[in-house]
Design a protein around this ligand. Structure first.
Ligand SMILES: [Mn+2]
Length: 322
């Protein structure tokens, strides 16, 4: 494992830098990307920011978001900073194009495969935004309001508004510095946490109407059919957080959301209180965190539900034995 200083050194000696984050970007992906991208620009670097699926509407207010591109330019780069990506699958469709470049891998997922030339992975960090915060200190970049806002979005979203277990004293100390730089939580929070688009609230209604439980009520799951989502014009952005409604039910240990994709696969979101869902998701080729993970299955919706619920049931039973 490399240290942050060596990553900072490498960025300082590079000129053309590509900064990328994962498919289906969340607040940590976009916030970390913008914070590092804007900081490198301040250092006079030629920076290209890229996210395959573009910027979700709720993060479009962030300064610099309009500069994030969804296709790579033709010129090459001195290095690529990859943020918040556990593995190369999260970098499709550009992995083939960047794999021979010098890769700086900065992440907090415990399942990170260390695919970079320099890897800095800290599973203790609440967000990749925390690592970018520390990296900017090494780069000696001043926290402008734009950079601080991007970092605040990264850190506050990935820690669930500072309430997940990954929230540390360090997280709050960083947040304090972001507020000192001018960030106003009250003007950001409604936009990123509370406001829902019409398709998003319709998708929530659909999901809740599909809610089912295991016999012991320890697993709750919801399903979303591709056709139904198309009818209400709901995209992946609109499904953010829906899985938590399954988890946050009295007595439920694991909440799941199954989302049928246009390509015939089923995407599964896992949330839990204690069960290691990263382990279960990994068995299906996915990954994530202990209490929040995901995977994709090559199966129809019914089969996917059957297989995943069976795997979760088994895991819960095994945990109860100890
Ligand atoms: Mn993250």
């Amino acid at each position: 494992m490399s240290n942050l200083s060596s990553i900072a050194q490498h960025l300082l000696k590079s000129h053309k830098i590509l900064v990328v984050s994962h498919i289906m970007p969340d607040g940590d992906a976009i916030g970390s990307l913008l914070a590092l991208g804007l900081a490198l620009k301040k250092l006079g670097k030629n920076v290209t920011m890229y996210v395959a699926d573009g910027v979700p509407a709720k993060f479009a207010f962030l300064r610099g978001a309009e500069e994030i591109c969804t296709s790579l330019p033709f010129f090459t780069f001195d290095c690529v900073a990859v943020l918040d990506c556990a593995d190369r699958d999260r970098l499709q469709p550009i992995w083939e194009e960047i794999k021979d470049l010098f890769i700086l891998n900065l992440d907090h997922h415990p399942t990170n495969t260390l695919f970079g030339n320099l890897n800095y992975v800290d599973p203790q960090a609440g967000a990749t935004g925390e690592l970018v915060f520390a990296l900017l200190e090494k780069l000696d970049v001043k926290l402008t309001l734009e950079i601080a806002t991007a970092l605040y979005v990264a850190i506050s979203t990935d820690t669930g508004s500072f309430k997940y277990e990954n929230t540390s004293e360090k997280t709050h100390l960083m947040a304090a510095k972001l507020l000192a730089a001018g960030v106003k939580p009250a003007s950001i929070a409604p936009q990123i946490f509370d406001l829902r688009s019409v398709p998003a609230i319709m998708a929530l209604r659909l999901a809740l109407s599909s809610l089912q439980f295991s016999a012991d009520k320890r697993i709750a799951w919801m399903t979303l059919k591709n056709e139904a989502l198309a009818q209400i014009n709901a995209g992946n952005d609109d499904l953010d957080g829906i899985v938590n409604f399954a988890k946050n039910i009295e007595g439920v240990e694991v909440g799941l959301l199954f989302r049928e994709q246009a390509d015939g696969t089923v995407k599964v979101g896992f949330r839990s209180f204690n069960i290691d869902v990263a382990k279960i998701a990994a068995a299906f080729g996915g990954g994530g965190h202990v209490r929040a993970a995901g995977c994709s299955l090559q199966a129809d919706l019914q089969t996917a539900v059957k297989q995943v619920v069976a795997a979760v049931t088994k895991e819960i039973e095994q945990c109860m034995e100890f």
